[in-house]
Design a protein around this ligand. Structure first.
Ligand SMILES: [Zn+2]
Length: 126
């Protein structure tokens, strides 16, 4: 094999059959893709769909969901019953998101995470 530097179709210059710069970029991209897939797979274990939300909201919501699944009181997460529907409990996730749960008497089921705006729209008479 010649040791003469050549130009690859990508525009880089180098030795060998393939462009090592692009090969490296490809590897880095694949690794990133794998991490992304691994992150996406974690959503399969959530009791409610958290995919549409920012990462910090997802992580915080999971902490609360885990606590609730371990019989932790919703009040320890500053959860409140809605005034117009006492069976619905709203737990702040971040400043902008709420976790909505339904009270079945002896247990709670998580229903959804909603943005503060959506949550306000849900209120009757508004
Ligand atoms: Zn290249």
């Amino acid at each position: 094999m010649s040791r003469r530097k050549k130009s690859f179709p990508c525009g880089h210059k180098g030795y060998g059959k393939i462009c090592h710069r692009c090969a490296q970029e490809q590897t880095a991209w694949e690794r990133k893709q794998q991490q992304k897939n691994a992150w996406e797979e974690t959503f399969n274990k959530d009791p409610i769909d958290l995919r549409p939300f920012p990462k910090n909201v997802v992580l915080k919501a999971r902490e609360i969901l885990k606590g609730l699944a371990n019989q932790q009181d919703y009040r320890s997460f500053y959860g409140k019953r809605l005034r117009h529907d006492r069976f619905i409990i709203s737990i702040p996730v971040t400043r902008h998101y709420r976790l909505i749960c339904r009270d079945h008497g002896s247990f709670l089921t998580p229903e959804a995470v909603v943005s503060h705006e959506d949550y306000n729209v849900c209120k009757p008479g508004q």
